[in-house]
Design a protein around this ligand. Structure first.
Ligand SMILES: C[S@@+](CC[C@H](N)C(=O)[O-])C[C@H]1O[C@@H](n2cnc3c(N)ncnc32)[C@H](O)[C@@H]1O
Length: 284
């Protein structure tokens, strides 16, 4: 039987639990029981590619703390995370960022930079969207100010797509024609490339929000984290949100997905009174 047709035994429950634990320990992502099939399929595909026939052997390879183990882990994680995204996925949240920026521009010193953080940025649509908003505000403002968007994700392949900044038209269906024409250049193959003026405002790097305490990131004016925490246990969501609050400047805005957490409070932030967004301002 050739490898491409080789069938693997069903991943036994005990082994599934080991993989599930490893994934959660390293990324925070919690697999639901019904995702066992996804995990098993992705592991089997990878084993076939590597010509490995035993789950145990592959598990040991992934767990190895050397270069090959880390590389293999990266490959597998990329296949297990949900990377779905699109430009202006939740327009009310982005419009709230625009409003926040407009309201606070006049209170800033000219030399202050405006720092935005996109947490779990996937293939880049979210941070470029944030940069579009900030750029619009900068153009409209009398005062010049510098802004930058830092974008992090755990998936290296997602980050490399993000850095290229070239997208299919279907990922832009929520953009207006004006936005598309202003911020993208149409390629001969029908795809759209983010203009360099915007690209140079966005810095992508690999980081794990499960280990934020070791990430050297300065305080931010806006922290935007949507459709990431939903994959985490509730206690972990609260812990990460607490750490995000620590990275906010006084008066800064934290914006997460609507309903992404319902049982989180923090003494240093106040929830914004707007049903369309889940946003918090740092008040202390
Ligand atoms: C569904 S996408 C959301 C993308 C974008 N924020 C949006 O709302 O459209 C989730 C992203 O979170 C990333 N992610 C998952 N766990 C992560 C972790 N522990 N650290 C950093 N990024 C993570 C995934 O790689 C994926 O790109």
């Amino acid at each position: 039987m050739s490898w491409s047709f080789k069938k693997f035994d069903v991943l036994p429950e005990g082994k599934f639990l080991l993989w599930e634990k490893l994934l959660e320990l390293r990324t925070g992502i919690q697999l639901a029981p019904q995702q066992k099939i996804l995990l098993q399929t992705q592991i089997a595909i990878r084993m076939r590619e590597l010509n490995i026939s035993s789950y145990d052997e592959y598990y040991e390879q992934v767990k190895r703390n050397d270069k090959s183990g880390l590389v293999e882990w990266q490959v597998l994680v990329d296949r297990l995370v949900v990377k779905e995204t699109t430009f202006f996925r939740h327009r009310p949240s982005l419009e709230y960022v625009r409003q926040h920026l407009k309201n606070t521009i006049s209170q800033r010193d000219a030399e202050d930079s405006f720092d935005i953080w996109s947490v779990g940025c996937s293939t880049g649509e979210e941070p470029y969207g944030l940069a579009m908003i900030a750029n619009d505000c900068m153009e409209e403002s009398q005062e010049r100010f510098y802004f930058g968007v830092t974008a992090i994700d755990v998936s290296l392949p997602a980050l490399s797509v993000a850095r290229r900044g070239i997208y299919k038209k279907r990922s832009m269906s929520f953009l207006t024609d004006v936005e598309r024409e202003k911020y993208f250049l149409k390629q001969s193959d029908g795809q759209f490339e983010v203009v360099s003026q915007l690209k140079k405002r966005v810095c992508f790097s690999q980081a794990n929000i499960n280990s934020l305490s070791v990430a050297p990131i300065q305080k931010m004016d806006v922290i935007y984290c949507q459709n990431v925490l939903i994959y985490f246990r509730r206690w972990r969501r609260r812990e990460i949100l607490n750490q995000l609050v620590e990275r906010l400047k006084l008066g800064g805005l934290l914006i997460i997905g609507l309903g992404e957490t319902t049982d989180w409070r923090h003494l240093e932030v106040q929830r914004v009174d707007n049903d369309e967004v889940q946003a918090y301002i740092k008040s202390v």
